[in-house]
Ligand binder design. Structure first.
Ligand SMILES: C[C@H](O)[C@H](O)[C@@H](O)C(=O)CO
Length: 491
């Protein structure tokens, strides 16, 4: 029996997915699902890390109560965020949420000390204002006590794994997202740490996906009444796990991991560090099996999630399928936004910001709920076309189509419009991309699969893949030209 457990923590929700292998076929069962609710305290936005740890324990208890004997587990989560363990071995404070505003201006301010091309040459990571390097710089500038008492730097899965096992390790795929990891040297970049005056000793050994990271420690086993099991370092950056689960058949493939964020790119053997990658602001995040994820962040369904939250605050509660239904009835290509405009990054009144963006670009702002949702989804699909073409240009490859994975593929309208926009096939599935990627990395580590390609074949044979073929190409090509003109996003 090969029952194992994957904990996948997203920005809005988490799940414990049980994985079972039967004659090479993968079966999954969601044992536990929970919301992930950041906590606003004054100006600060925190992750409720103790609540998340509590939910991980609930997942382990549910497995026990169902009489499931687990063989191992792994944890993956969103990127960039972290906490500090003090000299006494305790977590110092709740981690900040990457959308907290304490990083505003930090990236630009750091550039006056370390030019962007130097940071990119040493890390190969895209410039996003909430990257760990700018969070740490902002804490430094603010003389935060976190940095005074901190002794070890741990990212979200590292912290939760430490609580379970008592061992402190960092993990490769997530460490690369800090913009402090040097992919050429294969470890933390001492020069950047020196320039930021951050002790090298805070940054520990970096495990590769598939390495053992400890076992559940006796005190936790006793508390939960469970036997100890190994805890693997999987691709702990959820996008890294999602890409592991892309059921590709050939080495050259394009993917879109679609959730709160949209992450689009391809898988490469070594980081792409040349000027064009810097100019196009692509990133090289660590992957599985000695690969890198050459990709770009796109703001994603976060914009729709925040609109829905705002309408909820106003007493109008809609399900996502209802919102998609309303969008399909609205007039097409009425207004476009650049989803990656910084206007849309922080939480808040997204419908008003969309109206503001349209007014600023001389467009009639969408008014009805359906019109607003259509504007978001059409703009996302057109942005996907732009990044798809940039990925082909940067990687020197031409892709036959696009693999879409993640919860966002339940939005069938977005999948179809993405096919229309890129003018190529979209293969959508599996939706639980990150959790399934988490499982297969454990199974590879345990020798159940020879390598990632055998695992990807098993994923293809175990989960439905929906194919979307491009339609209305002429209308979408015309819309793309208008989108580029209106949003001014040339590259
Ligand atoms: C900050 C985001 O979490 C990160 O860029 C993205 O890759 C992610 O982790 C999506 O869950």
């Amino acid at each position: 029996m090969s029952d194992i457990l994957a904990f996948d923590l997203g920005a809005s929700s988490g799940r414990a997915l049980l994985g079972r292998l039967t004659d090479g076929k993968i079966e999954v069962e969601e044992l536990h699902r929970f919301s992930n609710d950041p906590v606003q305290v004054g100006d600060r936005l925190y992750w409720d890390i103790l609540r998340l740890y509590h939910e991980i324990k609930q997942g382990l208890l549910k497995a026990k109560h169902q009489g499931i004997s687990l063989h191992s587990m792994g944890i993956d989560s969103w990127a960039v965020d972290f906490g500090f363990i003090g000299k006494n071995g305790e977590l110092i404070g709740n981690p900040y949420h990457y959308r907290d505003r304490h990083t505003e201006g930090a990236m630009e301010s750091l550039f006056t000390r370390i030019p962007p091309h130097v940071i990119f040459a040493r890390t190969g990571i895209q410039f996003l204002p909430f990257n760990t390097i700018y969070q740490l710089y902002a804490l430094k500038e603010a003389k935060s006590p976190l940095l005074k008492d901190g002794n070890r730097f741990l990212m979200i899965p590292d912290i939760l794994r430490y609580f379970l096992t008592g061992e402190m390790h960092n993990e490769f795929s997530n460490a690369t997202t800090t913009q402090l990891f040097n992919p050429i040297e294969g470890t933390w970049d001492s020069e950047l740490l020196r320039l930021l005056d951050l002790p090298r000793s805070w940054f520990g050994d970096v495990l590769q996906p598939g390495e053992k990271a400890g076992s559940i420690q006796p005190s936790v086993c006793e508390e939960l009444g469970i036997p100890s099991i190994p805890v693997y370092a999987v691709a702990e950056h959820d996008t890294g796990s999602a890409v592991a689960a892309v059921p590709a058949t050939e080495k050259s493939f394009a993917y879109l991991s679609c959730g709160t964020w949209s992450l689009m790119g391809t898988e490469v053997d070594k980081p792409v560090l040349h000027d064009l990658a810097l100019k196009l602001n692509f990133t090289n995040e660590g992957g599985v099996a000695d690969t890198y994820r050459l990709l770009k962040n796109i703001m994603g369904l976060w914009i729709l999630q925040e609109c829905r939250r705002e309408w909820e605050r106003a007493g109008e509660s809609y399900s996502f399928p209802e919102l998609v239904q309303m969008a399909s009835g609205a007039k097409s290509f009425a207004a476009f936004i650049d989803p990656d405009d910084s206007l849309f990054l922080p939480p808040g009144d997204m419908p008003s910001r969309i109206a503001q963006y349209c007014q600023q670009t001389g467009q009639q702002a969408p008014e009805t709920t359906g019109e607003i949702v259509r504007c978001i989804l059409e703009s996302l699909a057109l942005k996907y076309r732009q990044v798809f073409e940039l990925t082909e240009r940067l990687s020197g490859q031409s892709f036959n189509g696009l693999h879409m994975v993640g919860g966002g593929i339940q939005n069938t309208l977005l999948c179809q419009w993405t096919a229309n926009a890129i003018g190529k096939s979209v293969w959508a599935g599996p939706s639980e991309g990150s959790a399934i990627g988490n499982l297969v990395v454990q199974w590879i580590a345990r020798g159940e699969f020879a390598d990632i390609w055998e695992a990807r074949r098993a994923i293809r044979e175990s989960f439905p893949i929906t194919v979307y073929e491009p339609e209305e190409s002429e209308a979408w090509n015309a819309a793309y030209i208008r989108f580029l003109t209106i949003t001014g996003v040339t590259e």
